[in-house]
Design a protein around this ligand. Structure first.
Ligand code: IMP
Ligand code: MG
Length: 174
């Protein structure tokens, strides 16, 4: 089956929105430093662009999780595949995600990170599919709310492909 990508959010729209979120975070945390926690691999492009737009001191770290259960339905129980290098103790942490779908992965991850004693913990996601939410998670910064469609680009993949697209697109099959 041939597949093609329909543009949902252009490169310019995405970049402009990331700039706005960076400004908002800089305001909200004025006088403090933020520690961004990037959830690999999907959150990587977003976190790099976001970090460039934040004007207060920034540090960051990466972690990688895999969810148990089937490929298409996340169970929410996640295994840490790569843990953070730095402790979170007393830091103003912001978890940076590519997309919040059911919310299961994120709520499980938050529980783990909360136990490490950060001063605060916020959530920032580039995309949100609110229709799909199963577990209640409080997202502090959302780039775009999108309909329930499978999207790729800007770090998001379909079978490990398309992460490098500089825009957000929907995978369509001919
Ligand atoms: P959930 O919120 O626990 O259901 O899982 C969210 C994770 O599923 C995200 O971090 C993505 O890795 C993946 N995911 C959900 N929706 C999409 C999509 O539309 N495209 C690509 N990955 C997605
Ligand atoms: Mg993810």
């Amino acid at each position: 089956m041939a597949e093609h990508i329909r543009v949902l959010l252009s490169e310019e729209e995405v970049d402009n929105r990331i700039k706005e979120i960076g400004e908002q975070i800089s305001k909200d945390y004025a006088g403090k430093a933020v520690h961004l926690v990037c959830v690999l691999k999907g959150g990587s492009f977003f976190m790099c662009e976001l970090a460039k737009r934040i004007t207060i001191p920034v540090s960051f770290d990466f972690m990688s999780v895999s969810s148990y259960g089937s490929e298409t339905k996340s169970s929410g129980v996640v295994k840490i595949v790569k843990d953070l290098d730095e402790p979170l103790k007393d830091k103003e942490v912001i978890v940076v995600e590519d997309i919040v779908d059911s919310g299961r992965t994120l709520s499980y991850l938050l529980e783990i990170l909360q136990n490490r004693g950060p001063k605060s913990i916020g959530i920032c996601t580039l995309l949100d599919k609110p229709e799909r939410r199963v577990t209640d998670v409080k997202v502090d910064y959302t780039g775009f709310e999108i309909p329930d469609e499978f999207v790729v680009g800007y770090g998001l993949d379909y079978d490990q492909k398309y992460r490098n697209l500089p825009y957000i697109g929907v995978v369509e099959f001919d």
